[in-house]
Design a protein around this ligand. Structure first.
Ligand code: CU
Length: 169
């Protein structure tokens, strides 16, 4: 009797999981395949096209982006998750060299109304808007001079995991 009950519970749980998880699971696998294909910067008519993915796991899919000096950059940030912007919002913020990340993100944390990007900050070279699960946003900017720059997500607490190097060479 006990055994039957257990089996039933397991079956119910399994059904619940696959019902709930099927679409998400499928989407994630598909997205992962896309990420694999689009991992490098593509040049099109002097424009460096960069696809950056972010997730409900508070992560970017890459921690290094390289673009040629003198190019225009068209960066598209996609949020492959499903969580709301208020809880798992992501953006891409490219920072001037020498920016103190702790000081900057502290300031950014106060700028909720501006997508966590301090208005008029001279530390910001380029940024996207803040997006939630299922969202996508593109920013176009001129690559800064050759060198290595930090990029982060400025949503409070995210930069610890969501940061990388933006290399212009
Ligand atoms: Cu984020």
């Amino acid at each position: 009797m006990k055994k039957i009950a257990l089996v039933l519970i397991t079956a119910t749980m399994f059904a619940a999981c696959s019902d709930d998880g099927e679409t998400t699971e499928g989407a994630t696998t598909e997205e992962a395949a896309v990420v694999e294909d689009e991992s490098s910067t593509k040049m099109e008519d002097g424009v460096a096209k960069v696809d950056l993915y972010s997730s409900d796991q508070m992560k970017y899919d890459k921690n290094e982006i390289t673009v040629p000096a003198g190019s225009k950059v068209e960066l598209t940030l996609t949020h492959t998750g499903s969580m709301a912007v208020e809880v798992m919002g992501h953006n891409f913020v490219l920072l001037k060299q020498g920016t103190d990340l702790v000081a900057f993100t502290t300031e950014a944390g106060k700028a909720m109304d501006n997508g966590y990007v301090p208005a008029g900050s001279d530390a910001v070279l380029a940024n996207t808007e803040l997006i939630g699960g299922g969202g996508s946003t593109t920013v176009t900017f001129d690559a800064p001079e050759a060198g290595t720059y930090d990029f982060i997500c400025s949503f409070p607490g995210h930069y610890a995991l969501m940061k990388g190097k933006f290399i212009v060479e």
